[in-house]
Design a protein. Structure first.
Lengths: 176, 342
């Protein structure tokens, strides 16, 4: 039988990358911060809730805590300047294939810029659905709202993104 | 700001005429009761607006789910050891306290000096091509801050953006010269509903690519038959490689002979994958391009495995392959392409 730490390691390995991605999308592309907050969420889980949660609850707990951390960051971000992140970014190795890197970055930026146009609750619900493939019920548990609200939020987010993407396509088409 | 966004969203909703559009959103999430889903499927046959909404929502799904997840085994291990070991030496919780510590000052000073040196040297240096040997041997030392990123879709952050960076810009060997693609204007990244999606039936979240292949032999396709043939063959080879990789025995001592084959094959396929992906991008075949993009970091990871790979490295890649369900996607796509070409 796996020990407590082994179980935690398995959970970490399974969900850490997707939690980072979720936070990155939520925070508008701040990769370093997303990783920090993902680790902070796991740390909280390990310190406080690990072993006390019912089976299958840890994932929801993590997303809930991670989202709260992200909201705190939104509030703080106006006054906080992450010098260290900037320096690390400046020192990070450059892409070996600039063209490919540029394309990947462009796609990411496009998705992030579209997601940024959504209200936070719609963005979270949509990300949990599309990236984490949670059901409406699971999302309602994570966000502590009704399933009805989740359903409406996801639909509104999709409708808004569809419209904006279509507008963008027209603009790009007209320019090209 | 948020209220402005909400107002603009409600205007968007008013522009939708059919009352069923909201249900379409639930339908693609599999959240409708069976009877309701059947009714809506019937409605979809006759309602163009709902068909378009469905196609657009599915495309949106693929865009968001393809967002590359950050996967860096080394960084992840370090993160885990920080969480398990030190308890508290991570993340934003450190805040200014950490930034003002003597160690941070030392690191920052080093980084600033390094930045200045790098800025002085960088303009003089020219980008050097990466040889296939480098891909084979992999990075000598991975940076802990490296954040590999696959554009993958089943899509865990299976790979990090830096993994893509190991892709060769060009290769000095003659066999890879054909991979050089002239600077073509890329098709704009748009989000228009694909015709293929409109006609397709409802499927699970990972079936979008397969769905879109149903209409591949329609007159609107712009990719050449040669490219499609090569893509189909490439998918088959990649599928075989991944199956073979999945079957590598990890409990056997000295597994390098078995992995040698996989690594060499992955190195060959990486080049072809890049070429075909660019071709698919240029011709606007986003579904094939997206699958190739998911595949690329996996091929790179296999190609970059060290000579004496650890079982955990192999397992990590395998897990990602499983998560992305990529073997099945390759099989479906190669079959669909082959049928379209018949």
């Amino acid at each position: 039988m796996a020990s407590r730490d082994e179980e935690f390691t398995m959970l970490f390995q399974e969900f850490y990358p997707s939690l980072c991605r979720f936070l990155e999308c939520l925070l508008g592309g701040r990769v370093e911060l997303a990783q920090d907050l993902a680790q902070e969420s796991f740390l909280q889980l390990h310190r406080t809730a690990w072993g006390t949660l019912p089976d299958g609850e840890a994932r929801f707990w993590l997303y809930r805590v991670a989202r709260n951390f992200a909201i705190n960051e939104f509030r703080k971000s106006h006054t906080r300047y992450r010098l260290f992140d900037r320096v690390v970014e400046a020192m990070s190795p450059k892409a070996r294939n600039p063209e490919q890197e540029y394309e990947t970055q462009e796609r990411k930026e496009l998705v992030l810029s579209m997601l940024r146009t959504l209200p936070e609750d719609q963005r979270v619900a949509l990300l949990l659905r599309e990236q984490e493939q949670l059901s409406y019920r699971d999302i309602s548990q994570v966000l502590n709202v009704s399933e009805g609200k989740v359903k409406v939020d996801i639909f509104r987010a999709r409708a808004a993104l569809r419209e904006r993407w279509a507008k963008r396509a027209k603009t790009v088409g007209a320019a090209g | 700001m948020q209220s402005e966004i909400r107002n603009s969203n409600s205007e968007i909703l008013k522009s939708m005429n059919c009352d069923c559009t909201e249900k379409v959103s639930s339908l693609i999430d599999g959240e409708l009761a069976p009877t309701e889903a059947r009714e809506l499927e019937r409605h979809l046959i006759s309602c163009v607006e709902c068909q378009e909404a469905r196609a657009a929502f599915l495309n949106l799904r693929s865009k968001i789910s393809e967002f590359p997840a950050d996967f860096n085994p080394v960084g992840q291990r370090e993160a885990l050891s920080r969480v398990l070991g030190k308890g508290g030496v991570v993340g934003s919780g450190l805040g200014w306290r950490w930034i003002f510590s003597p160690a941070a000052f030392a690191v920052a000073s080093l980084l600033i000096v390094g930045t200045v040196i790098a800025l002085l040297i960088y303009p003089r240096s020219k980008p050097t091509p990466v040889s296939s040997d480098e891909i084979a041997s992999g990075p000598k030392k991975r940076s802990p801050t490296a954040t590999p990123s696959p554009m993958a879709s089943g899509v865990q952050k299976g790979t990090g953006s830096k993994q893509n960076n190991t892709a060769p810009k060009s290769s000095p060997s003659p066999s890879t010269d054909k991979n050089k693609v002239p600077n073509r204007k890329r098709a704009p990244l748009t989000f228009e509903p694909a015709q293929d999606n409109i006609a397709s039936k409802q499927t699970g979240p990972n079936d979008t690519i397969a769905e879109n292949n149903i209409g591949m032999n329609e007159p609107t396709r712009v990719r050449s038959a040669d490219a499609e043939t090569m893509t189909a063959i490439h998918f088959q080879k990649s599928e075989l490689l991944l199956r073979s990789f999945r079957n590598v025995r990890l409990d056997k001592a000295g597994m390098s002979p078995e992995l040698d084959y996989e690594k060499k094959l992955a190195q060959k396929l990486v080049y072809q994958n890049m070429m075909l992906r660019r071709e698919a991008d240029a011709s606007g075949d986003t579904q094939v391009s997206s699958l190739l993009e998911s595949l690329e970091p996996i091929l790179l990871d296999i190609a970059n495995l060290p000579d004496k790979a650890r079982p955990s490295d192999v397992r990590t890649i395998r897990d990602r392959v499983e998560r992305k369900n990529i073997v099945a996607l390759l099989q479906v796509n190669s079959t669909a392409l082959a049928r379209a070409l018949d």
